[in-house]
Design a protein. Structure first.
Length: 267
């Protein structure tokens, strides 16, 4: 079957073993100094391990792979790690998808289907023509173009002298507050560490940091584990830029749009 599964770049892997610790399913092991997938059926494609990797060697891809087997995986975890590991596996499985504790989970929570009631009492959509013509359309706080990290240039004048928001692709859709809370008065780059071709992202961000007077970078990410890769990209870019005065904050938004955490991670 074709499904999401972890891929390991052995050229980047330093054998630290952090991903092994981060994987509650026991799908990874260090073999001959490199992280390896022990068995495809043990990898649920959720991606908890990605945010733990210090070198960016891990990513989720979609390819033909053996189906994830929750029962075989739990047996494997119990056999290799004992009751404590099995308990951790059960807790992780509930977190991944509370509705399927003893069946095949749906994978990354960013892919899990769910419906939430609208915040507004008026649940009916606005007609396209009316929305275009209405004077009540909410104005954008965006003051630049382009915004996608692949497309911006480090020397673009809109970066200089402003705080920079490194925005996950999903955040502005999940939260209606993103524009006034984060975009207003700042420059912006948008990226997805899971679905984008991220080759060159670290160098691009490092160039933006190094070539502009940016006092602070604000990462706006979702709670899903794979979004931790966005913070990892920014950390590596900061190190590459040589900036010692740059402040970096991480803002985490829940799937329902609530702001759940604000943390200064550098500076």
């Amino acid at each position: 079957m074709k499904r999401k599964i972890i891929e390991i770049n052995e050229d980047l892997c330093n054998g630290c073993g952090e991903c092994v610790i981060g994987c509650a399913e026991g799908a990874l092991q260090i073999i001959n100094g490199k992280a390896k997938v022990v068995k495809e059926q043990f990898c649920d494609g959720f991606g908890d391990c990605i945010g733990t990797c210090p070198t960016g060697a891990l990513k989720i891809i979609e390819r033909e792979a053996e189906a994830y087997n929750i029962n075989a995986t739990r047996d494997h975890v119990l056999k290799t790690g004992g009751e404590a590991a099995a308990k951790r596996f059960d807790e992780a499985n509930k977190e991944h998808d509370a509705k399927v504790a003893k069946t095949i989970p749906s994978g990354c929570p960013g892919m899990r289907q769910q419906a939430t009631p609208p915040a507004s009492a008026a649940a009916t959509p606005v007609a396209t023509e009316s929305a275009v013509l209405s004077e009540q359309v909410i104005k954008s706080d965006l003051a630049q173009w382009p915004v996608q990290l692949h497309l911006v240039q480090p020397t673009s004048p809109f970066f200089n002298g402003k705080e920079l928001v490194v925005l996950s692709t999903c955040a502005p859709v999940a939260s209606p507050d993103v524009h006034w809370r984060f975009v207003r008065g700042r420059s912006v780059v948008v990226a997805c560490p899971k679905l984008d071709q991220t080759d060159g992202y670290i160098e691009k961000l490092a160039g933006i940091f190094a070539q502009n007077d940016i006092p602070k970078a604000i990462i706006v990410r979702m709670t899903v584990p794979c979004c931790g890769g966005l913070s990892l990209l920014v950390r590596k870019a900061h190190a590459l830029s040589g900036r010692s005065d740059l402040i970096i904050e991480e803002i985490t938004i829940d799937l329902n749009g609530d702001l759940v955490k604000t943390e200064k991670i550098i500076g």
